[in-house]
Design a protein around this ligand. Structure first.
Ligand code: SAM
Length: 239
C-alpha cells in the first residue's frame, strides 16, 4: 500500500514511509499545528463544522445500536473516556449523554482549560493532559466506553500496539473501544503533513486493533460529499 502526502511526496509502502518519518519527531508538527488553532469547536474541526453537523446524532445512533444489540448492556454506562478530546466537543454532546462520569485525555492544556467552560459539567471528573503514549490510565480506570475520534492518525504504527493494549487493559469487563475516523477509500495511506495526521485504509486500522487483542463487535461507515469516508468501529476485548 503506497503513501501519499499533502505536500506531494510519495512512498512505495508504509515501511518506506516510517523509515523516513522518525517517531520521536512525529509529534512536533502536531503540537505546532494545534498551538495555532483556536480553543473552540471550529478550531478542532478545521472549519468543517457545517459539513459534519450530523456527526454527533450519528454517533448517538451508533451507541444506541450497540445497546440494542447487547454489546453495551445498559445505558448510561458508569464511566467513559474521551481520547484526543480537544475542547470537549464529543465529551459534551455525546459522552455525557451515554456515561454518568467522563474522563478526558488531551495533550493540549489550553484545550482542556477551555473545555471547563465549554463543557460545563461536574460529571467530567478527570482531565488528563497527556498524549496517547504518555497516558498512564489509573489502576481502577474501568472504562465502559473509550471513544477516539479524529485522533487515531496521530498515533504512529510503532506506538499503536502499546497504546491499544494499554487502553484494552483499562476497559471494564463489558467495555467497548470506539474508534471513529477518516479513512482512505482505496488501499493507500494519506499523510496530512500540516499536522502529521495519517489517514489509514480501514483495513489497517482494524488490523492494529486485532493485533492488540480486540475483536470487532460492530461497524458503520458515514459518507459525506467531498470528505473522506468516516468509519466507526466498536471493538471489544478478545476472549
Ligand atoms: C481533530 S481534533 C479532534 C478533537 C475531538 N476528538 C473532536 O472530535 O472534536 C484532534 C485532537 O487530538 C489531539 N491530539 C493530537 N495528538 C495527540 C496525541 N498524540 N495523543 C492524544 N491526542 C492528540 C489534538 O490536540 C486535538 O485536540
Amino acid at each position: 500500500m503506497s503513501v501519499v502526502t499533502a505536500s506531494g511526496a510519495t512512498y512505495k509502502n508504509i515501511e518506506e514511509f516510517w523509515a523516513k518519518h522518525k517517531t520521536a519527531a512525529w509529534l512536533d508538527a502536531t503540537e505546532k499545528y494545534y498551538s495555532n488553532q483556536d480553543a473552540t469547536v471550529a478550531g478542532m474541526l478545521g472549519g468543517l463544522e457545517d459539513s459534519v453537523r450530523d456527526d454527533i446524532p450519528r454517533s448517538l445512533k451508533f451507541i444506541q445500536r450497540l445497546h440494542t444489540k447487547g454489546i453495551i448492556p445498559s445505558l448510561p454506562v458508569p464511566r467513559g473516556l474521551d481520547c484526543g478530546a480537544g475542547v470537549g466537543r464529543v465529551t459534551k454532546a455525546l459522552m455525557l449523554k451515554v456515561a454518568k462520569e467522563v474522563h478526558m485525555l488531551e495533550p493540549c492544556q489550553r484545550f482542556l482549560d477551555s473545555s471547563i467552560e465549554l463543557v460545563g459539567s461536574d460529571a467530567v471528573t478527570q482531565r488528563y493532559c497527556a498524549t496517547f503514549t504518555s497516558f498512564d490510565p489509573p489502576k481502577d480506570a474501568c472504562y465502559d466506553i473509550i471513544w477516539i475520534q479524529w485522533a487515531i492518525g496521530y498515533i504512529t504504527d510503532a506506538e499503536m500496539h502499546g497504546v491499544l493494549t494499554k487502553l484494552r487493559a483499562s476497559l471494564s469487563e463489558t467495555g467497548v473501544l470506539i474508534i471513529k475516523d477518516n479513512t482512505t477509500s482505496n488501499s493507500s495511506y494519506f499523510l496530512d503533513d500540516d499536522d502529521n495526521f495519517l489517514i489509514r485504509p480501514a483495513i489497517a486500522v482494524k488490523r492494529h486493533a486485532t493485533n492488540a487483542g480486540f475483536k470487532l463487535a460492530d461497524h458503520a461507515v458515514e459518507t459525506r460529499p467531498g470528505l473522506y469516508p468516516v468509519h466507526v468501529w466498536a471493538f471489544v476485548a478478545e476472549g
